[in-house]
Design a protein around this ligand. Structure first.
Ligand code: ASP
Ligand code: MG
Length: 468
């Protein structure tokens, strides 16, 4: 492979957490400046700007007086950043931002006149955060002499399944379009700066990948180009063995697998969007999580399963759950009880996070905010043999992540021995449903004890050394 082919290209994704203001754009441009390999950059909206758009959409539905104020605010925020990040290119940069702001304004007026916000117009409106940020970053790079150009993902042809707010990319047509457009640019030495977070469906409607979805966009583009890596730049040193706010000895993880990262992300560890690994799962393209505030740190390298002995990699936790329990002497003999319970909750969009069943009872772990509604719906459904539906609050979900954790006998035993010796009572256990996670439920007040006992026992010695 010669330099300039996409196989040697890197996809670099910069998120809102790294892009608050003009100096951040200048800093990010500096990180990119000296790189030799062909680069594609994927960018999210300025920090907090997507939330600002969503708030504005609420106001705009009430009437058109809110439109101009918000567009002025958007203009101001981006132009101030432009002046700082690309002082010599203010005129060109403003000329690039203007038509985007004008289109955004027309869309907001449309929403105001019709007093109607549909999933389609909402997705289109939130996409403007990324459209503005991509132009800003391209000028910050041009300021440093790079041949950088903003490209909107709908124009580029990231094709989605059309699910507003939670789209999935169709890799076939996307791959074709992305290569068609980006390969010649890379060969000409350009740095394409592509908007994250959205694509377009077959009819051309803008569809977003869900909040935080620019990581997913980065993975889609990396996969389409068969890139040599996806770098996800954040404001943290990658994944850690535990939440440093709970466990002071938590350490960065140097290497982990796609599945482990997804499991932690789904648990709410906010390093990577949980779906980022999806497009890469069938590939060997690594994801490197890097810190813009500490670029020398190795960060975390995420890839396919490694040839290594069984181990425990990280521990995650989330508070605020409730257990909904139901009993009934005939439950074990009555087919379809589980189906009815799950259908009832599924219809109300209540997510069951964990479950345990015995002969005459079911226990379901749900978000504390959903618990009363869940119990009420199950009572009202009058499912045969189900009696006595109760709610208990104050539970935390603990999740131990590591390759093959679900298939190795003995790991669970060791984990629960340590937890028991710490004097903690375990409420619900789920092992074996995932090959990389062992999860269980403890009382909120036992969470700190549980985490520190487990971290001390399993994650101190084996944790990778942090280079100084
Ligand atoms: N800007 C979008 C959001 O705030 C997408 C992203 O940040 O990845 O959700
Ligand atoms: Mg973001």
């Amino acid at each position: 492979m010669s330099p300039g082919t996409p196989e040697t290209a890197r996809v670099l994704k910069f998120g809102g957490s790294s892009l608050r203001q003009g100096s951040d754009f200048a800093h990010v441009a500096g990180l990119v400046e000296d790189r030799e390999e062909p680069l594609v950059i994927v960018v999210s909206a300025l920090n907090g700007f997507t939330d600002e758009i969503l708030d504005a959409l609420e106001d705009v539905q009430e009437g058109q007086d809110h439109v101009e104020g918000f567009i002025e605010h958007a203009r101001e925020r981006h132009e101030v950043a432009l002046a700082e990040a690309a002082p010599d290119l203010v005129e060109e940069g403003t000329a690039a931002l203007d038509p985007v702001l004008e289109e955004f304004q027309r869309l907001l007026y449309g929403i105001a006149y019709t007093e109607e916000l549909t999933p389609r117009t909402r997705d289109f409106a939130v996409s403007f955060g990324e459209r503005l940020a991509a132009r800003l970053l391209s000028f910050a790079l041009q300021q440093r002499g790079e041949d950088a150009h903003a490209i909107d993902a709908d124009e580029l042809g990231i094709v989605t399944d059309g699910t507003y707010g939670l789209a999935t990319a169709w890799m076939g047509p996307t791959r074709h379009n992305v290569r068609d457009e980006l390969v010649p640019r890379l060969q000409a030495g350009q740095i394409p700066v592509v908007t994250g977070y959205f694509g377009r469906d077959e009819e051309g409607h803008v569809t977003t990948f869900g909040r935080g979805g620019s990581d997913y966009s980065g993975a889609v583009i990396a996969h389409a180009l068969n890139a040599d890596a996806l770098e996800v730049w954040k404001d943290v040193d990658g994944f850690l063995t535990a939440d440093p706010e709970r466990i002071s000895q938590a350490r960065p993880i140097e290497e982990m697998t796609y599945d482990e990262a997804a499991e932690l992300a789904y648990l709410g560890v906010r390093v990577l969007h949980p779906r980022t690994v999806e497009p890469l799962d069938e590939s060997t393209i690594p994801i490197l999580v890097k810190n813009t505030l500490n670029p020398e740190a190795p960060g975390t390298r995420i890839g396919p399963p490694m040839d290594e002995p069984e181990h425990l990699r990280a521990i995650g936790a989330r508070e605020g759950f409730a257990i909904v329990r139901m009993q009934g002497s005939g439950m074990a003999y009555t087919p379809g009880v589980g189906r009815d319970v799950f259908a009832t909750l599924g219809d109300a969009d209540i997510n069951v996070v964990n479950m345990a069943a015995s002969q005459a009872s079911f226990a379901l772990l749900v978000d504390g905010d959903d618990a009363e509604q869940a119990a009420q719906l199950i009572r009202e459904a009058e499912i045969p043999t189900v009696e006595n539906v109760t709610v208990n609050r104050g539970f935390s979900l603990v999740c131990f992540v590591g390759q093959d954790i679900g298939s190795h006998h003995g790991v669970a035993g060791r984990v629960f021995t340590v937890v028991g010796e710490a004097g903690v009572n375990v409420n619900m256990i789920s092992v074996g449903s995932s090959n990389v996670a062992l999860s269980f439920v403890v009382d909120d007040e036992d969470l700190e004890t549980t985490l520190s006992a487990l971290h001390n026992e399993f994650l101190i010695e084996d944790a990778p050394e942090v280079p100084s």
